[in-house]
Design a protein around this ligand. Sequence first.
Ligand SMILES: CC(C)(COP(=O)(O)OP(=O)(O)OC[C@H]1O[C@@H](n2cnc3c(N)ncnc32)[C@H](O)[C@@H]1OP(=O)(O)O)[C@@H](O)C(=O)NCCC(=O)NCCS
Length: 233
Amino acid sequence: MWTIDLALSEADLALCTATLSAEERARMARYLRLEDRARFAASHAATRLILGRALGCDPRDLAFTAAPGGKPALAGASLAFNLSHSGRRALVGLSTEAPLGVDVESVRPLPDALRIALGHFAPDETAALARLDGPAREAAFFALWTRKEAVVKALGAGLALPLTRFSVSLPPGPPCLLRLDAGREHAMAGDPGTWSLHHLEPGPGTVGALAAAGSVKALARRALPPNWPAWLP
Ligand SMILES: CC(C)(COP(=O)(O)OP(=O)(O)OC[C@H]1O[C@@H](n2cnc3c(N)ncnc32)[C@H](O)[C@@H]1OP(=O)(O)O)[C@@H](O)C(=O)NCCC(=O)NCCS
């Protein structure tokens, strides 16, 4: 599990952009806001850097494919990965063992957390959230959100999987997948008891989660150093 600081100088962003494929540069150019283009360049260059080091190859030589739900995968390598970015923070998870999903969110005041939960989450999750209040409810909401998003991303399901079809635990209890009815379209989902869920705090004001459709025996946490673009080719 890698944490990446995306706040970079213009010179470093130019290095990042040079590492991207023509297709990635075209996607980046479609973002209207400068900050979105910068986040895209930095997070995708960091993903290439991390994957290139893991596989022992030049980050520029990596090729990606997309699964039917849109989940990016490495072409021609069995290493699973997933990227998430929010604000100045990104997470990249890698696994040789199981499909995985990661999510990071910037924690912010959310007075209508319960209303959002009622509209989207499973009844048992909403009931657990309703038993909390104040900052405890807000913290639990973001933990819940990132755990659910990480599960959706592990499955590669995107918006096609209704968020009421599965439930995750809330803090302060240990993170786990309590119930999963992913349907026949996600046959790899398996028994919820075989999943691993991890709570992450990748930096001040951020919360994250990693979900893997299988057991993760050891989770190694790493951070790219602040000058990481210097490692790009
Ligand atoms: C892509 C998606 C899965 C995650 O988006 P997000 O939370 O806005 O963004 P994140 O930063 O966490 O993840 C984006 C990255 O996930 C990867 N990704 C894209 N599609 C994916 C998919 N179907 N499955 C897993 N990962 C995916 C990409 O690397 C993408 O990066 P990019 O947009 O820069 O190319 C989102 O579109 C989605 O469908 N979410 C549905 C779940 C939902 O409604 N959650 C509400 C709260 S629980």
